[in-house]
Design a protein around this ligand. Structure first.
Ligand code: ADP
Length: 486
């Protein structure tokens, strides 16, 4: 008997209420870390863990007063080692037929090991629950019948449905858009056949908004391999999709730019090649070289080389802007002479296209700007007005506005104009409102111009409409910012 008690970590006791004497089996004393000798009730209670004493007293009380047996779990302090141990304790009142000689008979089993396992399981369950709850991805648990048994807060947030609205639902779940039922059901059927993988699907928010997701299902089996439930993580890929689309658009723009750029570079290069070829042919024929044809050919070659240099400069500027290395060298300069020079430089081109350029500026307009960069902006705005100006007059106006502290440059043409939706895009890299071979360009000029103007803390705007001509207005501060002035 004693051996059996020891093996089962079990001990029994009897409390003689008349004598207030508690006798117990050897193993009971061993479990409590006591020497085997009778003790009184007063000595019994201090053996219990202080937090559990009230529960034990209540169990005793009910057993005695209401003659109910009790079955409780409580902790004790093992007297020889001071260790805390868990007991499963049973007890009940026994009395003689005439109601005399009352005894409380009890048994206790040391269940510390089970308790430790139980606590570890609890901790593991709480840990995985908190992991699931804190997951950024949605998480759903289906029982073997496919009924939604649990969802995490992320899935609720993603779909806009509350936990209560989702738990207990069967397919089609509330976040399945009706038009996608078939596709989602097919994915689910595949998963049920254990063909797991990631499924890219469309889900629906409570608001009705559709959004792309990646669903990764898995199955939970019992030890015989029968499914007891299904788990699925749901990742909202709205942002990823948007990024993919942006990336695709960027790649398309770059590819288009590459073909425009190679075409643009080829044109002056071919001209240069032809001019040099002609020069070489002439020089091989005695007497064919005259001052006149040398002059014409070298002028032509120079113009081709210059336009190549311009194109390459633009490309370099874009790189400089991208790495933040577009530096200004501001100095005192007169805008009116800069505009007059810029007009002189494009005069030949304007004449070819039939446009007359007039300048409205009655007096010098002095400010602190980077002369090279300002010429670059002017040259771009003027050549655009000529290129897209349909051979009609072009007007440049300079306004000094000391009250606003700015100088304004207005370039107005009467050409093809720009549609409202293209007006914001033309200041971006590689964006062109015209396509094809009709009017050539890299689509970089206005982007560079805006960067230069903004580096001067100014701004550029356009007013236009299809076939209504365009008005580009540039505002440049007359005075440098205090930190730039030094
Ligand atoms: P590019 O002229 O080399 O294409 P820009 O950056 O200078 O590049 O201009 C971008 C686009 O803006 C042009 O392709 C054209 O479609 C439009 N654009 C610029 N200036 C004008 C203008 N004055 N009239 C009409 N369209 C213009």
């Amino acid at each position: 008997m004693a051996t059996a008690e020891r093996l089962a970590h079990y001990g029994s006791w009897e409390w003689d209420l008349d004598k207030n004497e508690l006798r117990a089996s050897d193993n009971w004393y061993r479990i409590h870390g006591l020497n085997p000798q009778p003790i009184t009730m007063e000595k019994l209670m201090p053996l219990a863990h202080p937090d559990d004493r009230a529960a034990i007293e209540l169990a005793f009380d009910e057993a005695l007063r209401e003659q109910r047996s009790y079955d409780i779990q409580h902790r004790i302090i093992k007297q020889d080692t001071g260790e805390v141990r868990w007991l499963q304790a049973y007890g009940e009142l026994s009395e003689d037929k005439d109601g005399t000689h009352r005894k409380l008979i009890g048994a206790s089993q040391d269940i510390t090991r089970y308790k430790q396992v139980e606590e570890a399981l609890h901790a593991a369950a709480a840990f995985s629950q908190s992991l699931i709850d804190s997951m950024l991805d949605g998480f759903s648990v289906l029982d073997a019948q496919g009924v939604q048994a649990d969802v995490n807060p992320s899935l609720c947030q993603m779909t806009g449905f509350s936990k209560e609205e989702l738990i207990g639902t069967k397919p089609p779940f509330p976040y399945w858009p009706p038009e996608e039922y078939e596709r989602i059901q097919a994915a689910l059927d595949k998963a049920l056949k254990r063909d797991f993988g990631d499924f890219e699907l469309i889900f629906m928010r409570k608001s009705g908004e559709r959004f792309p997701v990646i669903v990764s299902p898995s199955v939970v089996n019992d030890k015989n391999g029968n499914p007891t439930g299904y788990l699925a993580t749901v990742k909202d890929i709205t942002e990823r999709k948007a990024l993919e689309n942006d990336l695709r658009a960027a790649v398309e723009i770059r590819d288009e730019f590459m073909s425009v750029a190679s075409h643009e570079l080829r044109t002056p290069l071919t001209a240069l090649h032809l001019q040099l070829q002609l020069l070489a042919r002439l020089s091989s024929v005695t007497g064919a070289v005259t001052d006149r044809n040398i002059g014409d050919l070298s002028k032509g070659a120079l113009a081709s080389a210059q336009s190549l240099v311009h194109l390459l400069d633009d490309l370099l500027d874009v790189t400089r802007i991208r790495v933040g290395r577009l530096k200004l060298k501001a100095e005192k300069m007169d805008l009116r002479s800069a505009v007059a020079n810029a007009i002189a430089l494009v005069q030949e081109f304007a004449k070819q296209r039939g446009s007359v350029i007039t300048l409205n500026a009655d007096q010098p307009l002095v400010g602190s700007w980077d002369p090279v960069r300002i010429s670059q902006i002017l040259s771009n705005l003027l050549s655009n007005a000529i290129k897209y100006g349909d051979g009609k007059p072009i007007e440049v106006t300079l306004i000094e506005d000391p009250s606003a502290g700015v100088a304004r440059i207005l370039v107005r043409d009467q050409g093809i104009g720009i549609s409202p939706e293209m007006q914001s895009k033309i200041f971006e890299r590689f964006h062109r409102a015209v396509s094809g071979d009709k009017i050539t360009g890299l689509g970089l000029g206005l982007y560079i111009a805006r960067q230069i103007i903004e580096a001067h803390r100014g701004n550029i705007r356009v007013e236009s409409g299809p076939n209504e001509g365009s008005l580009f207005s540039v505002e440049l501060p007359l005075h440098p910012a205090p930190e730039e002035a030094s």
